[in-house]
Design a protein around this ligand. Sequence first.
Ligand SMILES: C[S@@+](CC[C@H](N)C(=O)[O-])C[C@H]1O[C@@H](n2cnc3c(N)ncnc32)[C@H](O)[C@@H]1O
Length: 242
Amino acid sequence: MTSAPSRLTGDKGTFVREMFARIAPRYDLANRVLTGGLDERWRRRAIRLLAAPKGGRLLDCCCGTGDLVFGLLRNDPTLDVTGIDFCAPMLQRAQHRAEQAHRKATFVEGDVMAMPFEDDAFDGATMGFSLRNVVDVDATLREVLRVLRPGARFVSLDVTKAPNRTYKRLFDLYFYRIVPLLGGIVGGSRAAYAYLPNSLTHHPNAPDLRDRFARAGFTGAGYVPLMGGAIAVHYGTKGSEG
Ligand SMILES: C[S@@+](CC[C@H](N)C(=O)[O-])C[C@H]1O[C@@H](n2cnc3c(N)ncnc32)[C@H](O)[C@@H]1O
């Protein structure tokens, strides 16, 4: 595992990093319980949308314990996958999982708003359940765009605001009330699992986020709603103008 200094991380960044450090030991279990195992299905959908080229060099931004990294490698073992995250305990779990599963992946400790990679370095990039957590969404999107080669795609899977009001009410009840309770029991920190839903409150809704992908410079920006629009996979491509 290599590490790069975090330059742009402000107070929110420090708070988020420390929070994930606290829940890292039980993060995977909590994820499976809180989504009823559906997160694996959503991840597969995101990976299909990425349509990575065989043998390509891929980046998973905010990789955490590596779910998307391992999903990408299961889907196509010829890929060369790097995961970046600024929380060392999450990365240590990712590294441990890679060793246990005999999977070859590179893990880098660093901030996705200032990544230690050259321009045009990757043939595709993913992000799972993380864009809500970064300090500056637009700066992050521009930074992801920078490290992609022209023609490469970025997909971001995350929770979003469901457009249907009745459904949204039900989802909010689960997300804002049940998740902190269950997260406290399974994940070991009620405070952390109370923060996670709140991170959605100030996050743009799905159409607005699509427009921000476009404003950051992604071409063909769009999104696929899942679970009645409570989950979305946003995508965009780096144009040949870069
Ligand atoms: C909810 S977890 C998601 C982990 C993983 N992508 C998944 O799908 O399970 C969010 C992750 O984003 C990371 N993170 C948040 N802001 C970051 C930043 N600016 N740079 C790097 N990692 C960041 C956290 O450390 C945490 O591991």
